[in-house]
Design a protein around this ligand. Structure first.
Ligand SMILES: [Zn+2]
Length: 300
């Protein structure tokens, strides 16, 4: 059976909050089986915020969680790094209401996880295996989950910008492929929106060091991939869908999505207990794309 994993040791970094512009210290600490991913606000007496869809609070250009008065914003890039690298259980300590933006990608978090190393726990990991399609549609935006034997995302974006028209990509999620093909893709924004965001008190820490900024005719910085934008949307979707609380065996198909649509799907699939089951997998199943999971527990 594939076992749950945590970090081998604690590891820390500092950065700035994208929206607040303030310095943030972040530590990732090993946690026992069944703990899940939890944020702890050390500046609020250790208040904890579980990383699950029941705690989604704000969706202002980033995904925020809250538990009572304690909140944490911009969780999606860290969650994408943790879930793609197979970390089921971890305590994330912060001294600020925002995860540091680092370089706007998930690559620094993947690096931290790889530096800490991973450790297998003695409890099997459960996967959420989708049995029938689940969709959320909002205007011309749509996201769907279909049954599949691996976690796969097909993403299409369509912005009215010369660099962003109809980029599409399919990605089969694995730890190595994520680290190389998706993690380095940075968040992006439009120059004309920057002033508007700042007037709302958002993006105060944003700069060309942590975002790709798009002017009328192109990008102000050098791209890491020709299709860096759709790769980043795949990164965001992986992070937001980690809020389901289980790694998924499903094909996610997204057209013009964003944090609101991703998290709405995460909530909808959990509400529909007929649409999925919890399964365990043989240890080598993640290396065999056609591996058939073993059913051990029903969803209801
Ligand atoms: Zn993002």
């Amino acid at each position: 059976m594939t076992l749950q994993r945590t970090l081998r040791r604690s590891i820390s970094c500092t950065g700035i909050g994208l929206h607040s512009g303030k310095k943030v210290s972040l530590s990732l600490k090993p946690a026992p089986a069944g703990f899940g991913v939890r944020f702890r606000r050390n500046d609020l007496g250790g208040a904890e915020i579980p990383a699950d869809v029941g705690h989604v609070a704000t969706l202002n250009y980033a995904t925020g969680l809250a538990n009572g008065a304690a909140s944490v914003d911009t969780v999606e890039h860290l969650l994408a790094a943790l879930s793609s690298q197979g970390i089921d259980n971890v305590l994330v300590e912060l001294n600020h209401p925002e995860v540091p933006i680092m370089d706007g990608s998930a690559a620094p978090f993947v690096y931290l996880i790889q530096e800490a190393g991973t450790r297998r726990l003695s409890v099997p990991r459960k996967y959420l295996r989708v049995l029938r399609p689940v969709s959320v549609e909002r205007g011309d935006k749509r996201i769907s989950l279909y049954p599949a034997e691996q976690f796969k995302i097909t993403y299409t974006i369509s912005f009215d910008h010369v660099l962003l028209r109809n980029q599409s990509r399919t990605f089969v999620v694995s730890d190595e492929a994520f680290a190389q093909e998706i993690a380095p893709a940075r968040t992006f924004g439009f120059l004309k929106e920057v002033e508007m965001l700042r007037q709302q008190g958002l993006a105060l820490g944003g700069s060309l060091d942590n975002a790709v900024v798009l002017g009328e005719t192109g990008a102000l910085n050098t791209l890491r991939f020709d299709d860096e934008f759709v790769r980043h949307k795949i990164l965001d979707a992986i992070g937001d869908l980690a809020l389901v609380g289980y790694p998924m065996l499903a094909h996610v198909v997204v057209h013009r999505g964003g944090h609101a649509l991703h998290t709405a799907l995460a909530a909808k699939v959990l509400e529909d207990a007929e649409a999925w089951e919890l399964v365990e997998q043989a240890e080598d199943a993640e290396f065999v794309p056609s591996g058939v999971p073993v059913t051990v527990a029903s969803a209801n």
